[in-house]
Design a protein around this ligand. Structure first.
Ligand code: HEM
Length: 416
């Protein structure tokens, strides 16, 4: 996809200029393809690029950016040198016991408590509900022959996650999405911190209210009952981890789904092939994650001096693992710059690797699979609406479509 496809302006800087000091906030990246041209230059120049404006940094310093598959993989396997705790020297992590900022062994104990909840069997049992929720969203517009697929992509994961996994009110999804979006993407630090505070307070109040009722078999109950080393999680940590789950589970999946819908709307041969050969969907889902749905930088902090790929890292250095760039590495993927819906042997890093590998990958895969299946079978021949342009948001650690108007064959639409 080019700048012209999304209505984005031509880039103000060349890929070479951007590669010298990568800044995901730059408006040039509000188009899907150009950022990957910059990554290609970054990978060609060396194992580690640099940014003095890292997304998601709490340290206020610049960061090294790992852009090649092999180095990203090695960093996330080596948690003893590359810690997920942004303050590894401090006795306690900044965010308390937050799963994603802990290191083993405590992180592994924490995962043991929550992991069973995301087992493949448990996720598989959710399929009928996910399908029904997706259908309800499609039903809102199917009779008209046109609709906004971003509404399906952004609402389905939230409804499923809140209603069937977390056990929180579905009416809260729009507010939580908005607060998460502001907390990640707002222009100023003040706005971002205020949104984090708002999300924390909101979940604090909701979990408190939940505690008045009888226990249910959901994720909030799992966190409330969690015991690590014989001790219950403090209430604040329950809320902080609920917040992590909301943040990790919604925007990631919604962005990947909106990207996949857009890809199929603009690639009718692949769209029709998936209708004819639905058995290819699991491979297509993996490819969509690799190609368009990966995360553009997760932080690590160097806990002990270490050398990697000829670079000496010093204790305290900030490092960003760029999974999206790793997933386009030509050394690992044949035709890395093509989205190949039946790609075999797709060992992408879209869900990370090592001890922090995505906890919700089975859920995300299922939501994507069912979302694609229902849209493909019910909205025959869907394609971009020529009268309303799609809106792409590219300045974030997950990138996707905020609006994706499509038209489809109303006579062949499958009404439930
Ligand atoms: C397409 C959707 C998704 C993508 C691309 C994605 C990607 C990732 C990646 C790359 C990591 C590793 C982070 C690291 O290296 O530190 C991760 C971790 C995590 N993800 Fe996902 N994720 C997705 C959906 C979800 C969902 C639906 C949930 C809901 C439960 C979720 C929950 C988590 C959690 C809790 C972690 C931290 C695990 C740990 O620290 O041990 N993710 N995700």
């Amino acid at each position: 996809m080019t700048a012209a496809d999304t209505g984005a302006a031509s880039p103000a800087r060349s890929p070479e200029e951007h590669a010298r000091n990568w800044d995901l906030h730059h408006e040039d990246f509000n188009d899907d393809g150009f950022l990957y041209d910059v990554y290609a230059v970054m990978r060609g120049r060396g194992a580690f690029a640099y940014t003095d404006n890292p997304f998601l940094s709490t340290m206020g310093t610049g960061a090294w950016v790992a852009v090649r598959y092999r180095d990203c993989y090695r960093i996330v396997q080596d948690w003893e040198h590359f810690s997920s705790n942004t303050t590894p020297d401090a006795a306690e992590a900044l965010g308390g016991d937050l799963l994603i900022t802990l290191d083993p062994p405590r992180q592994q104990k924490f995962r043991k408590v929550v992991n069973p909840y995301f087992s493949p069997a448990r996720m598989k049992a959710l399929r009928p509900q996910i399908r029904a929720e997706t259908d309800r969203l499609i039903d809102e517009f199917i009779a008209t022959g046109r609709g906004d697929l971003a509404q399906v992509a952004w609402r389905q994961p939230g409804i499923v996650f809140f209603k069937y996994v977390l056990g929180l009110p579905v009416e809260d999804v729009p507010l939580c999405l908005e607060l998460t979006d502001t907390a990640l993407n707002a222009a100023t630090e003040e706005q971002r911190l205020s949104a984090w505070g708002g999300l924390y307070q909101h979940l604090h109040d909701t979990v408190t209210a939940r505690m008045q009722g009888s226990p249910r078999d959901d994720m909030i109950d799992v966190l409330l009952a969690a015991e690590i080393d014989g001790e219950r999680l403090p209430f604040n940590d329950v809320v902080a981890n609920a917040m992590l789950l909301v943040q990790a589970g919604l925007e990631t999946t919604a962005s990947a789904m909106s990207w996949s819908f857009h890809y199929l709307a603009t690639h009718p041969d692949d769209r029709d092939r998936l209708v004819r050969e639905p058995e290819l969907l699991p491979r297509a889902v993996e490819e969509f994650i690799r190609f368009g749905g990966s995360i553009h930088g997760i932080p690590r902090t160097v806990a002990k001096d270490v050398e990697l790929a000829g670079h000496t890292f010093r204790r305290g250095d900030a490092v960003l693992v760029n999974y999206a760039s790793a997933n386009r590495d030509e050394e690992v993927f044949v035709d890395a710059h093509r989205c190949v819906i039946d790609r075999r042997d797709n060992r992408h890093l879209g869900f990370g690797a090592g001890v922090h590998r995505c906890l919700g990958s089975n859920l995300a895969r299922l939501e994507l699979h069912v979302g694609l299946e229902q849209v493909l079978t019910r909205l025959r021949g869907f394609e971009p609406d020529p009268s309303r342009p799609a809106v792409f948001k590219g300045n974030s650690i997950t990138r996707g479509f905020r609006s994706l108007p499509v038209v489809f064959d109303r006579d062949q639409a499958s009404v439930t």
